[in-house]
Design a protein around this ligand. Structure first.
Ligand SMILES: [Zn+2]
Length: 270
């Protein structure tokens, strides 16, 4: 495969290996992975329909897993809600890729109006019966918001800059964008550079895998600027490694960010 173009800088990407990618329930397919050195972005090349099949097969889509996910994540969603409240009083929020709607529920508990975007039809219908407004597509949304959140969902979109530009249209003048991303590029780069590992499955199920550098470049290209990057993820740092990685990042003034996730808060460029 040649001529793979970086979705951020339009420069050529380098063939860097492959990843095993969930293609239907418990079935994995090998897909090629490319890298942009300028942006520090890893991208999987996904054939048509594969992303859709993936999203229909992931564990977090199965109704029988809802309670488990709720218990595992509700502390984290309460933390995200409190984070939004640090920036905005009485916000109206839009959660993109809202899945079971647990963040919307955590927000509603705090009296916050929360709408969602969810591609999965049955989730959408279920959330509507609970009284939530849920859109199928970001481009169908007709309101403006104080905060738009993407919790582990932004990295699925194949066209990140279009998504960010759309968010800019949907945010109020002083609105904020909150992106929770996985942070595994450093690990993939390490394995790839030191051990010549071409299996980059460590990147997880992202379409594009971001680091601070690649998300900064994406945001700058689309008229956003980063306000804060939060590395402490209350309710989600269950292992000692998570705490150590956080302490390392703080001790090195974010020179070594090996935390498992990044929470990026951005606002419109003045
Ligand atoms: Zn690039």
């Amino acid at each position: 495969m040649d001529n793979v173009i970086c979705p951020i800088c339009n420069g050529p990407m380098t063939d860097s290996g492959y990843a095993n990618y969930l293609s239907s329930i418990k079935i994995f397919t090998r897909v090629p992975v490319f890298y942009c050195n300028l942006c520090d972005l890893f991208s999987k090349i996904l054939p048509p329909d594969l992303l859709q099949n993936h999203l229909n097969s992931a564990a977090y889509i199965l109704p029988e897993n809802e309670q488990t996910y709720y218990q595992k994540k509700i502390g984290f969603f309460n933390f995200i809600t409190s984070l939004i409240l640090r920036y905005k009083n009485h916000p109206r929020i839009l959660d993109v890729g809202c899945s079971y709607g647990h963040l919307m529920m955590a927000a509603a508990e705090q009296g916050i109006d929360a709408d969602g975007v969810e591609i999965n039809d049955s989730f959408r219908e279920r959330l509507k019966t609970k009284g939530f407004r849920v859109y199928k597509d970001l481009f169908e949304v007709s309101h403006r918001y104080d905060a738009i959140t993407f919790i582990d969902s932004f990295f699925y979109f194949q066209n990140p800059l279009d998504v960010l530009r759309r968010c800019k249209d949907l945010l109020k003048e002083d609105g904020i964008l909150l992106l929770r991303l996985t942070n595994r590029n450093w690990l993939a780069r390490l394995r790839w550079t030191l051990f010549k590992r071409s299996d980059l499955s460590v990147l997880g199920d992202t379409t594009h895998s971001y680091s601070i550098k690649s998300i900064s470049r994406s945001l700058n290209q689309t008229g956003f600027r980063i306000k804060d990057i939060h590395l402490f993820e209350k309710g989600r740092m269950k292992k000692i490694f998570h705490l150590l990685a956080y302490l390392l990042a703080i001790a090195t003034f974010k020179q070594f960010v090996l935390t498992s996730g990044l929470i990026v808060v951005a606002c419109r460029e003045a």
